[in-house]
Design a protein around this ligand. Structure first.
Ligand SMILES: [Fe+2]
Length: 496
């Protein structure tokens, strides 16, 4: 049999992932190691995940960064590691096993270039300005690229601007995440949620203390090791979060202004872990006409980016349902029955989502109306009371309920917040600042689309509450066995 497929790997740091592309540019598989090992943010490849992949067809394995250069940076940063000179070949052997890499072509690419490719080559754009903002790659922390396809259809990237370690918006945000007692490089989304409750009166003090040059995105100290636990200790955690969010947004917008000044394209591809900040994302539409953020913009998504670079051409992106498959038709009728009877139900059907958001295939769904549903869902999720849940809505009704921000006529992957027009009617899905992290569902033939249509006919309400289906402390439900455990633990029906 002719070897033809490309396996992309992102591993060794956090949230390991694998993606497979065939020779026509179709994505055959993409998922996170944690969903298989059940270990949240698992940094290593779970070999049970590789059982999903037909290794006999893999021709090339592509890795998402350059290990030796990264290790140089880690030494430079004093991260307490030994200089072990691990090559890409050795890293892949550790992650996949000798037999899986033997006789295959091995390639690796620059970390930020993989982010850029994961975005540009899954977009519909022929030409785009690409912005990558993360914590740190090898040495890069922010990059701006001019991307286009040449006459042969090959993606070409020209780097326009770079900021380097230790000057990093992602590391700044992670440092403040640690300052308020959350886990850096993991719980930044909670810091973002806290920000809506704080006031920003002291933002200029934080700015003066930490930021050296806002336009160049330079900080006064290396924030990789965090800030002192007593820093701003007279401020509440909510206020600290609010100030950090404002500074991060202002710095991100400065990067966008700089990117626009290159005048390369009015299309923006935005990638890197910082692109998960959906409150900041709501402000970037002022600078570009069309925006694409691949639904897995962080390092896990770079498994697809590395594969895309090895492939070279545009990837056929259809949706984010790329992981483990639970076969069978989407259980629309049993979901509706449970929603009408009990107001809450789980669904584990079809292929699991690639990326951090549950988009209807591994979701806990609920009637979003009224004052009691948030407590009921929280009884299961046990997350911080201040955090709202997200709505999933028929796309054609979104404007009646939400003011979608400029640049985002839709939000199919829950990547942006929008002001809710009727916060009093839907308190469970509205944040303290009256915004919601909306998922809009087009007429795409998906199961969640059919469910919403029927729910709307029966109730007059075009939306549901949608949160990820996961057992507390575990990653998102992946297979039927996970769904069964969820049912037993919480007494909530999970339909497949
Ligand atoms: Fe990254």
């Amino acid at each position: 049999m002719k070897l033809q497929n490309i396996l992309g790997i992102s591993a060794g740091f956090h949230d390991a992932a694998a993606a497979v592309i065939d020779q026509e540019g179709n994505i055959l598989f993409a998922s996170h190691s944690e969903r298989y090992s059940k270990q949240k943010s698992d940094p290593d490849i779970a070999w049970s995940m590789l059982n999903e992949i037909d290794m006999s067809k893999i021709d090339t394995i592509a890795y998402y960064e350059r290990p030796l250069i990264k290790q140089l940076r880690q030494l430079y940063a004093g991260q307490g590691i030994e200089w072990n000179k691990l090559t890409m070949h050795q890293v892949l052997e550790q992650q996949l096993g000798y037999n899986r890499i033997n006789s295959r072509k091995l390639k690796n690419y620059n970390h930020h270039r993989c982010h850029a490719a994961a975005g540009f080559q899954t977009s519909t754009f022929d030409r785009a300005t690409v912005v990558v903002i993360d914590a740190v790659g090898e040495f890069e922390t922010i990059t701006i690229w001019a991307a286009e396809y040449n006459k042969k259809g090959l993606a070409c990237y020209k780097r326009l601007w770079t900021q380097y370690y230790p000057h990093s918006i992602g590391l700044f945000y992670s440092a403040i995440t640690g300052r308020v007692g959350l886990r850096p490089l993991d719980e930044e989304y909670i810091l973002m949620g806290m920000a809506a409750y704080g006031h920003r009166d002291n933002v200029n003090q934080m700015r003066r203390d930490l930021v050296a040059n806002e336009w160049e995105i330079q900080f006064k100290d290396n924030l990789h090791t965090g800030v002192d636990t007593t820093y701003l200790d007279r401020m509440t955690d909510m206020n600290i979060a609010a100030c950090a969010q404002e500074i991060a947004e202002d710095l991100i917008l400065n990067v966008m202004v700089r990117a626009k000044k290159f005048n390369w394209s009015t299309n923006l591809v935005y990638m890197g872990g910082v692109a998960l900040n959906c409150a900041a994302n709501a402000r970037i539409g002022n600078y570009f006409d069309d925006i694409w953020i691949m639904p897995c913009p962080g390092d896990a998504g770079s498994s697809l980016g590395a594969a895309a670079l090895a492939y070279g051409k545009r990837i056929n992106w259809t949706n984010a349902y790329l992981g483990h498959n639970i076969p069978g038709a989407y259980p629309v009728h049993s979901l509706l029955d449970n929603l009408l009877d009990r107001g809450i139900v789980g669904v584990a059907s079809g292929r699991a989502e690639f990326g951090p958001r549950a988009l209807g295939n591994r979701s806990l769904l609920a009637d979003p109306r009224g004052n009691t549903i948030k407590d009921q869902v929280n009884e299961i999720k046990r997350r911080q009371q201040f955090r709202p849940f997200a709505p999933v809505i028929l796309e054609e009704h979104a404007d009646n309920y939400f003011d979608m921000p400029r640049g985002f006529s839709n939000s199919r992957y829950m990547q942006v917040v929008a002001r809710c027009r009727h916060p009093d009617l839907f308190p469970a899905i509205v944040h303290a600042d009256s915004t919601s992290r909306v998922q809009t569902v087009p007429r795409d033939g998906s199961g969640i689309r059919e469910l919403l249509e029927k729910w709307y006919v029966l109730t007059g309400c075009p939306m549901l509450l949608n949160t990820s289906l996961n057992i507390r402390g575990e990653p998102m439900v992946n297979d039927r066995a996970d769904a069964d455990r969820f049912e037993q633990l919480y007494g909530v029906t999970v339909c497949s």
